[in-house]
Ligand binder design. Structure first.
Ligand SMILES: Nc1ncnc2c1ncn2[C@@H]1O[C@H](COP(=O)(O)OP(=O)(O)O)[C@@H](O)[C@H]1O
Ligand SMILES: [Mg+2]
Length: 336
């Protein structure tokens, strides 16, 4: 197994509201290994984006990180990102330097009034200290690397002159400008059409191989997980309910939530003209978390009198995969 690069342990992030604190992320443990891709998957509202933003301490009030550790194993001594003073230079170096981040909405992440080149050059200069001329040269190289045609002209374009797919490539170029050890991509293709989406995924895969980067890829789409992941974490209502390698997850899903997610993915040939099952109900508001296992009201395998009473334990299987579900509990923290 590759070395751990980022280890999240017991992360809790909440948002203070009039009705109480929304537990958006409620005790998350995750590890990203060097050079590998961890996909974080789950329906909308499960806490994926809040987890990603917590890593870089980008949570604004009324949100706050309440507990946990986030250990970064860079080149030097490992340190806890959450324990750093706000103005610590290691935190500045992490954001956009050691860790590149791509957000879902390319249009809202690029400034409309500045050329894409100016924005890319600024990012390069902040993280590498290059002079203007060298940074411009690097910017053109990066645009070529992310597949932008005529990069020496496009460098002077404004975002509105480019398609959504091109803007997303620019965001990837910005995220890669300091050769990060980890790229966090939060649903980077959700706003794009399927053809552009496939091209961007190809691009990310190639860039990862070239740069030996680790990737934390957030998506609600299991088809994307199958294509990209080495390891998978399935999130439901602020918790990681299953963790496995991509092979294990697709061959033998353990958690009923994972099984139900997989059943709602169309399979070529099998599902033509067939209505796919969807998971009944919606992700509940985290302020009104169901008692016991928070998935039990939607679960096809829930055991009355048990799943609606007790929080399920995390069961660790041989080889290290986990599931938070009583179906596998032998009462001693091992698989039944
Ligand atoms: N600024 C905020 N104020 C209150 N609640 C928030 C805020 N941002 C996120 N949340 C809540 O946190 C939960 C997790 O959100 P998020 O991480 O964005 O989910 P995902 O990315 O999995 O779709 C949701 O219930 C959402 O309503
Ligand atoms: Mg999100």
């Amino acid at each position: 197994m590759a070395e751990p690069l980022l280890e999240i342990s017991g992360l809790r992030t909440g948002f203070d509201t009039h009705d109480g604190t929304v537990p958006a992320v409620d005790g998350v443990d995750l590890t990203v290994h060097a050079g590998k891709t961890l996909c974080v998957v789950g329906e909308s509202g499960c806490g994926k984006s809040v987890t990603a933003r917590s890593i870089l301490r980008l949570i604004e009030p009324p949100g706050r990180i309440e507990a946990g550790t986030i250990t970064w194993h860079g080149d030097d001594e490992p340190f806890d990102v959450l324990a750093l003073p706000r103005d610590d230079e290691r935190l500045q170096k992490l954001r956009g330097g050691d860790i590149g981040m791509i957000f879902q909405e390319p249009a809202s992440s690029l400034l409309p009034v500045r050329t894409v080149g100016a924005q890319l050059i600024e990012a390069i200069r902040i993280h590498t200290g290059m002079d203007k001329k060298a940074a411009r040269k690097r910017a053109v190289e990066l645009l070529a690397q992310v597949g932008i045609p005529n990069p020496d002209q496009r460098v002077d374009a404004y975002p509105f002159q480019l398609s959504g797919g091109m803007c997303q490539r620019i965001m990837i170029a910005i995220a890669l400008c300091a050769d990060p050890a980890l790229l966090i991509a939060d649903e980077p293709t959700t706003a794009l059409d399927v053809t552009t989406q496939a091209r961007i995924l190809d691009l990310l895969r190639n860039l990862q191989a070239e740069h030996h980067m680790a990737v934390m890829f957030i998506t609600h789409d299991l088809g994307v997980v199958a294509e990209l992941a080495d390891e998978v974490a399935v999130m439901y209502l602020g918790k990681v309910v299953e963790r496995a390698t991509v092979e294990e997850l697709f061959a033998d899903p353990k958690h009923p939530y994972t099984k139900q997610l997989l059943e709602s993915v169309p399979v070529l040939g099998r599902d033509r003209g067939r209505d796919l099952p969807t998971i009944p109900g919606a992700v509940p508001n985290p302020l009104h978390r169901p008692k016991g296992c928070s998935f039990h009201p939607r679960c096809a395998e829930a055991i009355p009198g048990r799943c609606d009473i007790d929080e399920p334990p995390e069961v660790v299987f041989d080889g290290g995969r986990t599931a938070q579900c009583v179906l596998y509990d032998d009462g001693q923290g091992g698989p039944a």
